[in-house]
Design a protein around this ligand. Structure first.
Ligand SMILES: Cc1cc2nc3c(=O)[nH]c(=O)nc-3n(C[C@H](O)[C@H](O)[C@H](O)COP(=O)(O)OP(=O)(O)OC[C@H]3O[C@@H](n4cnc5c(N)ncnc54)[C@H](O)[C@@H]3O)c2cc1C
Length: 395
């Protein structure tokens, strides 16, 4: 391959997913020269395909996207209010409800399709000065030491930077190359997500129903539409995903016990095998991990991108502040500060989410009794529901 001249940047970001793009956008005004390396082509980044994910954004995340200038790029009809979240257990009539009473806000957050978030962030970043998006390319090797980072891309491009940021998802190649291990839990289950139209009114309430042998969530979209999220063993999900739309609609209606009336599938179903990951470190010499590369959450508590956005904003602020003060943007003290702060913010919610998943998907009678008792107890303790509501609204 022909040798190309070396490109010099201050920051190189691997991955133009929502976390990588939000981090790039948060460096606005710092005058840093930024490269974003993304293996998908520019045309796909500019018009990302629907991927079935409806992201429950906390109000804090909405404010963060507003501050970055991305929120206004999401069409208003593409966002739906989330007023309440309810957890149901098997056939029990008890529901644990998380509302807005503790905060005085009108809603818990907004549901927005992942492809609209990606599109808005790409449009924003693509128009910002000082940021170069190297699309359709992957990083094939790099060396990081206290002096800086040198990288080679798969098309022969060579790059130098003072800081490398891995935003390349939960099975991060950058994380692996940095020699950073991760807790990885492959759950042997998969999620099927699709949009459904239904007769009943969801009233802006999201429901997470942990039934015997299945978990089914309904996330309220605009009108009489919801995003259905069904979790089963990976084999069962593969079987359902192969059904025709009509048969799948009938299956979801039956599995949801007609709570929202008859359901018809809109668009197509998407399947996500479930795995959670937590990196043992979020920083290395002149390198940091953000988004899912740092913390790959189970989607059940809808915190993956909320945490990813928080990590992008936190690192963005530390790096921008250092640049403005003429400091070293890749200093190990700065990176350790980022790591400590983001671990404190993410570890409790990561652990709590995994405990919830373990308790609610265990099928032995003792676990069923425990979650039934847990729900009843929690329903009698208003502070539990208040603190979970606060937690839902925070990250
Ligand atoms: C079904 C489902 C529902 C969810 N619901 C919610 C929710 O309600 N709320 C919430 O907050 N989160 C939710 N999430 C989580 C959220 O989608 C993720 O946390 C978020 O997308 C992670 O963003 P990211 O930028 O870190 O990674 P990604 O979105 O995975 O982006 C990574 C990018 O890096 C690129 N890349 C990877 N490797 C390389 C490489 N070697 N070189 C160049 N480019 C590379 C990829 O092409 C990709 O563009 C959900 C997830 C799923 C699966």
């Amino acid at each position: 391959m022909m040798e190309r001249p070396t490109m010099t940047h201050d920051v190189a970001i691997v991955g133009a997913g929502p976390a990588g793009l939000a981090f790039a956008a948060s460096l606005t005004g710092s005058r840093l020269r930024v490269a974003v390396i993304e293996r998908q082509p520019a045309a796909v980044l500019a018009a990302p395909p629907v991927d079935g994910r409806e992201i429950a954004l906390t109000l804090r995340s909405v404010r963060a996207l507003q501050a970055l200038g991305a929120w206004d790029r999401i069409p208003a009809e593409g966002t739906a209010p989330l007023r309440e979240a309810r957890v149901l257990n098997g056939g029990s009539p008890f529901a644990l409800a998380f509302g807005t009473a503790a905060s005085g806000e009108e809603q818990l957050g907004h549901l927005v399709s992942n492809h609209l978030i990606r599109r808005a962030l790409f449009e924003l970043v693509d128009a910002l000065p000082g940021i170069e998006i190297l699309a359709g390319r992957s990083i094939s090797s790099f060396r990081n030491d206290s002096g800086g980072v040198t990288m080679a891309l798969d098309d022969g491009t060579r790059l130098e930077s003072r800081l490398l940021v891995g935003a390349d998802s939960r099975f991060s190649w950058v994380r692996e190359q940095l020699g950073i291990g991760a807790e990885v839990n492959r759950l042997g289950r998969s999620m099927l997500v699709c949009r459904v139209e239904h007769d009943g009114d969801h009233e802006g309430i999201a429901t997470e129903w942990f039934d015997h042998g299945q978990t089914i969530a309904m996330l309220p979209l605009n009108g009489r539409r919801s995003s259905a999220v069904l979790t089963l063993t990976s084999e069962d999900i593969a079987r359902l995903a192969a059904l025709e739309a009509e048969a799948l609609g009938a299956e979801l209606t039956r599995r949801y016990e007609c709570r929202l009336g008859r359901m018809n599938i809109v668009g197509k179903a998407h399947v996500y095998p479930l795995a959670t990951t937590y990196a043992r470190h979020f920083a290395a010499p002149r390198a940091a991990l953000i988004g899912d590369a740092a913390v790959g959450m189970h989607p059940v508590t809808a915190h993956g991108f909320n945490l990813g956005l928080a990590s992008a904003r936190l690192l963005g602020k530390l790096v921008s502040d250092a640049a403005r003060q003429g400091g070293d943007i890749g200093a190990s003290l700065l990176l350790r500060r980022y790591e400590a702060t983001h671990r404190m913010a993410s570890r409790p919610i990561y652990t709590a989410t995994n405990l919830i998943v373990g308790l609610y998907t265990a099928e032995h009678p003792a676990a069923r009794a425990a979650r039934h008792a847990g729900l009843r107890a929690a329903a009698r303790l208003p502070f539990v529901s208040r603190s979970v509501s606060r937690m839902l609204m925070q990250p």
